[in-house]
Design a protein around this ligand. Structure first.
Ligand code: GLU
Length: 278
C-alpha cells in the first residue's frame, strides 16, 4: 500500500487496451473503479495498454478516451494529464519491462521456450477452462542456457510455476480465491518470441511502479491474478489488493467482447442512451 505518514492513499487504475470500442462490460468495470477511487478520496490512473501492436490502433485509443469522458469518468493521472509515475502508455515503457525480464532471468524464475503454439496445443492436456490457455506441458523446462541470453527476443520466455502450490489471494468482491499452480494454470509466457512483453509481466511491473493499491477489473482475469501473485513474489514487489467485477453477458450468456459492436458505448450513445442509462 502507498502510505504517507501512516495514512493509506488509495491509488486505483483503469487499464483499457485500444483493440476495439469499449462496450457495456468495460463501462461497468471502469465505473466501479472510478466510484471506488472516489469513495476512498483517492487517485485514479488511466493507463493505455497498447502493447499488442497487431490489434491496437491510435483511433481506438482516442475513442476510448472520448468514451470514458462521456461516461463521466475522470482520472487524475494518465495520458494527456501526466503524473509522477508516467509515461502511462505501455508502448513507451519497454525499459521497465526489460528490467523485470532481466531480474527474473538472473534469479532463475524463467526459461527460454522454443515450442510453437501448435505444439503446446497438441501436447497439453485439454484445458478445463476453455477461455484460458492450455497448461504448458513443460517440454522446455529443463533449458539450462537461460543465463547466456542478454536480450529476450527470438524465443518465448516462460515463468516456471511452483507445481502443486496453492496460490491464494483475497478478492474484495468474490472473497478468498485459491488456484493450484501447474493444474489450474501452467508455465506462462513473460516475454514473447516477437520481442513483445505480454500482459502478465507488463501489468505487474506497471501496477507496482504506479503504486496502485487496488486493482479493479473484470472477473475474466481472476486466474491471471494468481499468475500475477507469483510474479509479484518473484520480483519482490508488493501486490495490490484486488476487486474483480461481475462480467456482463449478452442475451445468449456469452461474455461481452469487443466484437459485440451493438453493445459498444459508441453505438448506445448514437442510439440516444445517456451515460446514466449506461
Ligand atoms: N488491458 C487489459 C484489458 O483490457 C486490462 C487488464 C487489467 O485491468 O489488468 O483486458
Amino acid at each position: 500500500m502507498a502510505r504517507k505518514s501512516g495514512i493509506r492513499i488509495y491509488r486505483g487504475r483503469i487499464a483499457p487496451s485500444p483493440t476495439g470500442l469499449l462496450h457495456l462490460g468495460h463501462a461497468g468495470t471502469f465505473l466501479t473503479a472510478f466510484e471506488r477511487a472516489r469513495e476512498h478520496s483517492g487517485f485514479l490512473i488511466l493507463r493505455n495498454e497498447d502493447l499488442d501492436v497487431q490489434r491496437c490502433t491510435p483511433e481506438f485509443a482516442a475513442a476510448m478516451i472520448e468514451d470514458l469522458r462521456w461516461l463521466g469518468i475522470r482520472w487524475t493521472e494518465g495520458p494527456n494529464c501526466g503524473g509522477p509515475y508516467g509515461p502511462y502508455t505501455q508502448s513507451e515503457r519497454r525499459k521497465f519491462y526489460l528490467e523485470a525480464w532481466k531480474k527474473l532471468r538472473e534469479k532463475g524464475f524463467i526459461y527460454p521456450c522454443a515450442c510453437s503454439r501448435k505444439e503446446v496445443a497438441q501436447s497439453a492436456s485439454a484445458p478445463n477452462d476453455l477461455d484460458d490457455e492450455p497448461v504448458y506441458p513443460g517440454t522446455c523446462r529443463r533449458a539450462e542456457n537461460a543465463a547466456s541470453w542478454r536480450l529476450p527476443a527470438g524465443v518465448n520466455w516462460r515463468f516456471r510455476v511452483p507445481d502443486g502450490e496453492e496460490v491464494s489471494f483475497l478478492d474484495l468482491h468474490f472473497g478468498p480465491q485459491t488456484l493450484i499452480a501447474g493444474r489450474d494454470f501452467g508455465d506462462f509466457i513473460v516475454w514473447r518470441r516477437d520481442d513483445v512483453p505480454p500482459y502478465q509481466l507488463a501489468v505487474v511491473v506497471d501496477d507496482a511502479a504506479m503504486k496502485i493499491t487496488e486493482v479493479v477489473r473484470g472477473a475474466d482475469l481472476l486466474k491471471s491474478t494468481a499468475r500475477q501473485v507469483l510474479l509479484y513474489r518473484a520480483l519482490e514487489l508488493e501486490a495490490p489488493e484486488f476487486y474483480h467485477c461481475d462480467l456482463v453477458r449478452d442475451e445468449t450468456g456469452k461474455r461481452l467482447a469487443k466484437r459485440h459492436d451493438a453493445l459498444s458505448i459508441r453505438r448506445l450513445r448514437e442510439m440516444g442512451w445517456t451515460p446514466k442509462r449506461v
